[in-house]
Write a new protein. Structure first.
Length: 153
């Protein structure tokens, strides 16, 4: 296998692994020990442009940045490609969660795409629960099939 193909596979594996990491940390840390940072994200009223929850941007960005840094300093080894996959997931998460779903920037308001509608429906169900208990749909890109059903086309 060529090194380019191997590096692409490493990036993709890191990217898709991050969905599981995001689900786990959202369910067990953000809705657990770190609820004090995440709870303002579940309030009905807006707390302004920035929330305490935005601290997770840094918490999740630091490992990716460190891996990229150490990977570059060691001849673009696998740490770089893992860090790149994590960082690409972070960009995707920001785009989907903050821009598309929560409309922090008023773009991409209307989409007829079945997958994007399912993401919004699943996230809406997650935010239906205002407390840290009884939550559902903790992932971002993996959407349970029930949110694809009964959608108007």
């Amino acid at each position: 296998m060529t090194s380019i193909l191997l590096n692409i596979l490493i990036v993709l594996a890191a990217f898709f692994t991050m969905e599981g990491v995001a689900w786990f940390t959202h369910k067990y840390l953000m809705h657990g020990l770190l609820w004090f940072l995440h709870k303002d994200h579940h309030k009905k009223e807006s707390t302004g442009f920035l929330e305490n929850n935005d601290a997770f941007f840094l918490i999740f960005a630091i490992p990716g940045m460190l891996l990229i840094y150490f990977g570059i300093n060691n001849g673009f080894n696998s740490l770089f490609w893992i860090g790149l996959g994590i960082t690409l997931y972070g960009f995707t998460y920001f785009f989907v969660h903050d821009i598309f779903i929560h409309q922090r920037f008023k773009i991409l308001r209307n989409s007829d795409n079945l997958y994007f509608k399912a993401i919004r429906r699943a996230h809406k169900m997650h935010h239906k629960h205002l407390g840290k208990e009884d939550g559902e749909c903790f992932g971002m890109l993996w959407v349970p099939f029930r949110f694809f059903k009964n959608q108007k086309k």
